[in-house]
Write a protein that binds this ligand. Structure first.
Ligand SMILES: Cc1cc2nc3c(=O)[nH]c(=O)nc-3n(C[C@H](O)[C@H](O)[C@H](O)COP(=O)(O)OP(=O)(O)OC[C@H]3O[C@@H](n4cnc5c(N)ncnc54)[C@H](O)[C@@H]3O)c2cc1C
Length: 549
């Protein structure tokens, strides 16, 4: 069985009275979000310090938690240089199958993958992903990770943040220009600043995860959902393959079930054997009981402290939106913080992080809530009737099959109402990484903004479009016949159409123009460096019961 790495604690110089300049950026929490953010910042030229209260990745005892990584996350990891290791170790899958009354009722394929650089999804235990991120960070001269350094207190003031950090050798003080709290669902940073998230809903629905290792098992590499498995007392079960011949099984518990009794080795083995037969030989790699709630901070920025990942918002695991959302937070924040710290951008740029990623969080909450209502309609009679009708019609009627919602899987949020976008129909969406012969669309992008010109030579009117943060790239010369067809299929754009797309550093499209007015590009770049205030995005619908945690 896999053994988690242990990282050494090193005595911080502050403990020996050596004065240190304020750090430009401190990341609190070396989990999935904090590590992704730190790697992105370091690669963008920002010296970054990560403080983590632990000395390993994941949660002790091989608790994987996250394991489904969406295509958008893989695209971000590609940019950060770790996607290759994740896809090599992980399990690629595209087909999701649903069973009702123990019979297959529908299946769907997630992604027309051959046109795109990455698969619809890759499954890999979260601790592996974090380990690869740590190893990539260790190779970055601008990054430092301090293990067993627990942030115990913080205060944000006009010019920065003062942190009190506990270590095995005692506490020390540290100043930072900016701190990003990536310290997880119970975020001590939130408490230190007197902040509490708005709770949008919570349920009593509980699940037991039983990760089992079954060497040489030939079950399909697909996501299987039993909506009402008879072997689980008519309740739901999920099955996913991960690395190391390990399978994630999520069993929905009965409302009156004793979670402690359900988590004994005997009870867990009984559950697994009931579903897959007594002959199955397996080992339990990890188990845990979970319930869920949906919550989000009112503002992801509090002065000089920003919040990202589970510290900022929490979503049920339906659709694998938590960790994927945290990586998208990192993707959205890193370039903005780097522009503020190193390129003179106005601090207001960081408010657009809050606006855009709250929109992402609310979208995730909306989707996860719909799935949870379908999987677990609770006392809602109308929802239960609808569910029963849909399930019985699904084998015959494709529209009914499409209504079966076992978790609409994580997809990138299309930002709207952001001052960083031109407001046209193509703006705000993440640019898919279309394969182009020996390269791909994302590999054509520069480190900051890129003007993609779908032509083989630059129109004269665009010759004057220049900016130190802008790369202007012709797409057509990189395209063979197949690539041209893929661009049309995936983006609806001809390689020689003359269209111009301005792409942000996080690969989201700022504008898509059939006939670009050259003045629009400097206007959008100026808006990025000094954005105007925006209205906050609307909260998820049916939010009458939102409370503060
Ligand atoms: C059962 C389950 C299944 C899931 N499946 C998926 C999935 O398939 N796909 C997906 O995308 N998401 C999934 N998620 C969600 C995903 O695991 C989380 O969203 C993700 O771990 C959040 O990452 P994070 O870095 O924001 O927080 P965390 O992973 O919680 O990391 C927080 C870090 O902060 C550190 N820390 C805490 N306090 C301090 C302090 N005071 N000082 C210093 N460091 C501190 C912790 O040690 C930790 O390293 C799942 C979650 C669960 C529970």
């Amino acid at each position: 069985m896999h053994v988690l790495p242990r990282y050494p604690y090193r005595r911080p110089p502050e403990l020996d009275g050596r004065p240190q300049d304020p750090r430009p950026a401190v990341v609190i929490g070396g989990g999935l979000t904090g590590l992704s953010l730190a790697l992105d910042l370091a690669r963008r030229g920002v010296p970054v310090l990560v403080l983590d209260d632990d000395d390993t990745v994941g949660v002790r005892g091989l608790a994987s938690r996250g394991m489904c990584w969406a295509q958008r996350t893989l695209d971000i990891f590609e940019r950060l240089g770790v996607a290759g290791r994740i896809t090599a170790k992980g399990v690629a899958w595209n087909v999701a199958r649903v069973l009702a009354r123990d019979q297959p009722v529908t299946s769907y394929t997630l992604q027309d993958q051959p046109d795109l650089r990455h698969n619809g999804f890759a499954n890999l235990q979260q601790y592996y992903v974090e380990q690869y991120l740590v190893e990539a960070l260790q190779a970055e001269p601008l990054a430092e990770v301090r293990w067993l350094n627990k942030v115990e207190h913080m205060a944000s003031h006009q010019g920065g943040v003062r942190l009190t950090v506990g270590t095995p050798d005692g506490p020390y003080e540290l100043d930072a220009q900016w701190a990003v709290a990536c310290d997880g669902a119970s975020s001590p940073s939130r408490a230190a600043l007197g902040l509490a998230p708005v709770v949008h809903d919570r349920t009593e629905d509980r699940w037991i995860i039983i990760d089992i290792t079954v060497p040489g098992c030939d079950w399909a590499q697909e996501r299987w959902t039993w909506l009402d498995a008879s072997a689980n007392g008519g309740r739901a079960v999920w099955r996913h393959k991960m690395a190391d011949d390990t399978w994630r099984l999520d069993f929905q518990l009965r409302e009156d079930e004793d979670a402690v009794a359900a988590a004994t080795p005997e009870a867990m083995c009984r559950r697994v054997h009931a579903l897959f037969g007594d002959d199955l030989v397996f080992e339990i790699a990890w188990s845990g009981v979970w319930a869920y709630r949906h919550e989000c901070l009112a503002d992801l920025r509090a002065g000089r402290v920003l919040f990202a990942g589970d510290a900022a918002h929490l979503v049920a695991p339906f659709g694998a939106r938590g960790g994927n959302g945290g990586v998208q937070d990192a993707d959205n924040l890193a370039w903005k913080l780097a522009l503020v710290l190193n390129h003179g951008a106005d601090e207001a740029l960081l408010d657009t992080y809050s606006t855009e990623r709250k929109q992402g969080a609310f979208e995730n909450i909306r989707q996860a809530r719909r799935s949870s209502r379908f999987v677990h309609p609770q006392g809602q009679a109308a929802a239960r009737l609808w569910r029963e009708a849909i399930i019985s019609m699904a084998p015959q009627l494709p529209w009914a099959a499409r209504c079966i919602n076992t978790g609409r899987l994580s997809a990138p949020c299309r930002y709207t109402d952001s001052p960083l976008l031109a407001g046209d129909a193509g703006a705000g969406a993440a640019l898919p990484d279309v394969r182009l012969g020996g390269t791909s669309l994302h590999h054509l992008l520069g480190p900051w903004f890129t003007l993609l010109v779908f032509a083989d030579r630059l129109p004269r009117a665009l010759a004057s479009v220049q900016h130190p943060l802008l790369a202007v790239v012709l797409v057509s010369p990189a395209c063979d016949r197949q690539a041209r067809a893929a661009l049309l299929r995936q983006l609806g754009v001809g390689a020689d159409s003359g269209e111009c797309w301005l792409v942000r550093p996080d690969q989201h499209v700022a504008t898509r123009q059939a006939h670009l007015q050259p003045a629009l590009v400097p206007a959008l770049l100026a808006a990025a460096l000094a954005p105007l205030p925006t209205d906050p995005p609307p909260a998820p619908a049916h939010d009458l019961h939102a409370t503060t945690a």
